[in-house]
Structure formats: C-alpha cells, structure tokens
Design a protein around this ligand. Structure first.
Ligand code: FAD
Ligand code: SIN
Length: 522
C-alpha cells in the first residue's frame, strides 16, 4: 500500500502526540505506532514534569541544577531555552486536559526529586505520565486531520539511498521522503511518503536485562537514523534509575519513583543500615548517577541482590494518598510499604544521547525532525536531572512544529520512491534464533556496559557484539520481516553506538564511569 501525508510521525508518546496537535492545523498527519497508541514510556512516567511555577523557585535555579547534573556537557543555550519555555508548555498541557495535583490552598502541589534545589515537579499522584498521555490522546482522537495507525512498525526512513543513490556519513544532502512501515496483520511493508517526518520513538532500555522501560523501547528511531547515515551523539550516557522494584521475574522492572525519596524515603542496606552518607552530602536525594553507583557499590560489598527504601517512618495515610500505584503494586508482591522496607535495585531507565538535533528539533537529515527521548538536544549533557525529560519533549516538539510548519510548503512529495522489495525472503520459523540473541545482547550490555565500565569490559562487549551483528544481519537479509527481527537488529545497532561512544570517552563523567579513569570530571 502507498500513502501520502504532509506530516508523518513515528511514535505516540508525549513527543509525537504534542507535535501532532500543533502541525495538524496546517496539513494532514499520520501517526504510526508499533503497539497500542498509549503504550509508551510516557504512559509509565511516575514522578512528574519539572517546571518553574512559583517563587522562591526561578529559571536561574532550575538552569543551575540542570547544568550541575549534566557534569559540564550540557549545551547552556539549550538549557536556557528549555527552562525558560517550561511554564508556557505546562500551561498548554493543562489546556489540553492534563490535571496536575493541587494542594489545599489551590496551588500546584510541587514535589522535589534528586538534584533539584527547589520543589518544582508537577505531578498527578504517582501516575503523571498516564494522565498526560490520556489527555493528549483524547485531543488527538478528536482531531479530524490526524490518523493513528496502531500496531504499525516503522522499519526504515526513506532517503535517496532507496533510489539507488549512494549516501555516506560525509554526505550533507541526505533527505527524508517518508518511511517503510510494516503492517504485521496484513503481512506487508507499506510506503508512507511525507513532506516532513518526525521521529519520536523514545528510549533504548530493552538493550539491557533490567529496565524500567516498556517493551516498545528498543531504540528503533536512533537505529533508523544511524543506518540512514544521520548523526547521533552522547550514546554512552545511559541513565540507570537507582530504585526499581526488586522482583526478578518481572520485565519491565516496576519503578519506585524518586519522588518517594523526595517525600522522605531513605535508602538502607537489607540489614537496615543507612549508607548514602558515605557517598554524598545530599544523601538519598543526590543526583541519580551518584545514587545508582552507590547502590551498585553497596551490593558488590555485601553480595546482596538489592538494597531497600525505607518508608516506615512516614505518615501512613499521606504515603498511601500520594503513592497509590506504588502502594498497590508492592502489596501485590507481598510488601506493605507502611510496615516493610521496599527491595530496590538500579535498572536502565533513560538514554541521554540519541539523534543529534538543533534548537528546532532538526536532525542532520533534511526534512527529518526528532524529539523526545530518541533525540539529543544537549539539555542533559552527561546526566539528566529527574523529570526534565517530559519537559524536554514538549519544549522541542513545540519548536520542531514551528519550524516544520514553515518548511512544509517548500517541500515536494517524492513520487519516485520504489516500494519495499521483499524478493527472495522466507518466513523464519525459528523464534529461538531471535530470542536467544536478544538474551545474549542484554547480558553483554548489562555485564560489560552497565553502571561501571572499563576498557577491557568495553572491548569484550564489542567483540561479542560483532558476532551477534553478523548473525543477525544474515538472518535479516533472508527473512520476511517481523517486528521482532527488526527490533533485534535495531537494538544491536544501538548497543554498537553505546559501546563505541563509551570506548571513545577516555574519562569518567556523569553517567559514564570507567574503572580506568576513576577521577570523576564535573
Ligand atoms: P515514548 O513515550 O517512549 O513513546 C515512544 C513511542 O514510539 C511509543 O508509542 C512506541 O510504541 C513508538 N515506537 C517506537 N519504535 C517504533 C517503531 N519502530 N515504529 C512505530 N512506533 C514506534 N521522565 C520525566 O520527565 N518524569 C518522570 O516522572 C518520568 N518517569 C518515568 C518512569 C518510567 C517507568 C519510565 C520508563 C520513564 C520515565 N521518564 C520520566 C522518562 C520519560 O517518561 C520518557 O523519556 C518520555 O516519556 C519519552 O517520551 P517519548 O515521546 O520520547 O517516547
Ligand atoms: C521517577 O519518577 O523517579 C522518574 C523520574 C524521571 O525519570 O525523570
């Protein structure tokens, strides 16, 4: 099937949906999303969205906290843009129907999370993301110019390469003409031509064994842009959330929001001993890289499989009112958080790097934008400040929409694009080839490219990955495409970028810690 639209959006999290609502006033929009529309990291976000709302908070304080967390690698111009536009974008989310909690005096109830010097996190109990996703999807579903294709998997963006023109990493005129999209129900690859394409495919957590990310976060957009010879950066900065619920059989790992530490929860060993005083004066509310490394160290010293978050001293009613999802989840596995400590471990949570974009969300490929977690704006530098991700997504989707609307009239649809060629491929009936490789990939990444790295571990990871890469490319070339083979291929591409960029960084900084360079740069 061939289809043509003005704006093609890949992904239906906060980045894709908020962009769609803006550009739909100017042209036809198609959102392609690989699962149900709401299935996204956005939908699982708990803590909230950081923004400056009232004094004594100020833009300068939020800018300062973001720069400190980013350990010298933030782009200060981008930080200033993001934070100074935060209040406007929050008001827009509220206009679209998002309900953030208020306190008794009618003001927004702001929470505090690690690395923030003020209370500035707007939230909706402990399910903020679901509230935002619901509000945005309601608006999108009402909009006549927006079509949402659920269970459709974007395989590759279309460039001159698909017309037989050679492009390489030095080419400066690569252009995007749309995407090839797998419709698994019909079992075919559709050609969707677009004037403007937005990649909003979210994170990469599933490259690791333990992750808070939903199954859909397999780095597809980053891999597509990399294969199309677009620019990516800062992929070595993978954020591990310090406190995922320790429940070994569960995937993804359930998050225990940092807001619970902001509320007074204290990290302790299994034996009930506090340990954060050994690592940072901000104790349990130090930035995530510090807390995750501290937990990793404590687990290595004790040999324990987890540490604990103690909330037993907190007011029981307030605890349950503020964190109903966490209370119910822990109870479901037999932990009453008002009486027992919560077992927690770090888990892969957020990709700070990604597709390189500028201040209007423009990638290095013409007519191709990227926003949200798959993009690298320069806001987070070497480490993201908690709750700055949802904010970054709305700010840059807004800015990308402004630029796309202007550009749209100057772009022609390219009718010469050939349809997908599936000649000579056969159905791969051995799922074990894919599941086993996926398992191996995750073990390599978790064991060698996790919270603590070294030159030797990275070299070993790259050598092992090379084998998986060759086997998977071979299988991909011969197979009738399925979502699972495409995801595996994408995860291998993303793992390659993480290892390569980690190997190139000859220092420890932010989220990248190497035993070979123990002095942490700030
Ligand atoms: P997502 O919301 O992940 O959406 C990506 C979309 O792309 C999905 O619809 C997916 O199906 C689709 N997609 C992916 N690949 C393809 C493909 N090949 N074809 C078609 N569709 C595709 N950040 C905060 O700021 N505050 C928080 O409190 C917070 N809590 C979090 C809690 C959890 C458990 C997690 C996992 C993350 C949290 N984060 C938080 C991070 C934040 O939620 C994400 O960074 C943000 O939601 C990313 O939004 P996005 O639109 O870029 O991607
Ligand atoms: C959390 O609620 O702890 C997650 C916040 C974030 O990832 O920004």
């Amino acid at each position: 099937m061939r289809k043509q639209v003005d704006f093609l959006i890949i992904g239906s999290g906060i980045a894709g949906l908020s962009y769609a609502l803006k550009v739909a006033e100017y042209g036809t929009v198609c959102i392609v999303t690989k699962s149900r529309a709401e299935e996204s990291s956005t939908n699982y976000a708990q803590g909230g969205i950081a923004a400056v709302m009232y004094s004594p908070d100020s833009y300068e304080k939020h800018i300062h906290d973001t720069l400190v967390a980013g350990a010298g690698l933030c782009d200060e111009n981008i930080v200033r843009i993001t934070i100074s536009e935060s209040t406007q974008r929050i008001k827009e989310l509220i206009r679209w129907g998002t309900k953030f909690d208020k306190n008794k005096s009618g003001k927004y109830d702001l929470a505090k999370e690690g690395g923030h010097s003020e209370y500035r996190v707007l939230h909706s109990k402990d399910h903020t993301g679901a509230e935002i996703e619901k509000a945005l999807l309601n608006q999108v579903k009402k909009h006549k110019k927006i079509e949402v294709l659920e269970d459709h998997f974007a395989v590759d963006i279309i460039t001159q390469h698909h017309m037989g023109v050679e492009v390489n990493r030095r080419s400066t005129d690569i252009a995007c003409y749309g995407a090839y999209v797998l419709d698994p129900v019909e079992g075919r690859i559709d050609t969707i031509l677009s004037k403007i394409t937005l990649i909003a495919t979210g994170g990469v957590g599933n490259v690791y064994s333990n992750t808070t990310n939903p199954e859909v976060s397999t780095g597809d957009g980053i891999a597509m842009v990399y294969r199309a010879k677009g620019k990516t950066e800062h992929m070595e900065f993978v954020q591990f959330h310090p406190t995922a619920l320790y429940n070994p059989k569960e995937r993804p790992s359930f998050l225990i929001t940092e807001a619970l530490r902001g509320f007074g929860g204290i990290l302790k060993t299994i034996k009930g001993r506090e340990f954060m005083q050994k690592y940072d004066a901000r104790l349990s509310l130090a930035p995530r890289d510090i807390v995750a490394r501290a937990i990793d160290t404590e687990m290595k010293i004790s040999g324990d499989e987890h540490v604990c978050l103690d909330c037993r001293h907190l007011n029981k009613n307030e605890l349950i009112t503020h964190f109903p999802t966490i209370y119910a989840k822990c109870l479901s596995i037999g932990v009453d958080i008002t009486k027992e400590m919560i077992p927690v471990v770090p888990a892969a949570h957020y990709m700070c790097g990604g597709i390189q974009i500028d201040e209007y969300g423009r990638s290095s490929i013409q007519n191709l934008y990227a926003t949200g977690e798959c993009a690298c704006t320069g806001l987070h530098g070497a480490n993201r400040l908690a709750s700055n991700s949802l904010l970054e997504s709305v700010v840059f989707s807004h800015r990308a929409a402004l630029d796309s609307i202007q550009k749209m009239d100057r772009v022609e649809l390219n009718q010469d694009i050939p349809d997908w060629n599936a000649e000579g491929t056969v159905l791969n009936e051995e799922m074990i080839l894919i599941t086993q490789t996926t398992k191996e990939l995750r073990e390599i990444m978790s064991n060698y490219v996790g919270i603590v790295r070294s030159n030797l571990r990275l070299k070993r990871a790259m050598d092992r990955l090379e084998i998986l890469y060759r086997e998977t490319e071979d299988l991909y070339e011969k197979s009738i495409l399925t979502e699972k083979i495409c995801e595996l291929r994408n995860m291998i591409n993303v793992a390659y970028l993480i290892i390569k960029m980690a190997t190139q960084r000859k220092e420890s900084r932010g989220l990248h810690y190497s035993l070979d360079y123990p002095d942490l740069k700030k």
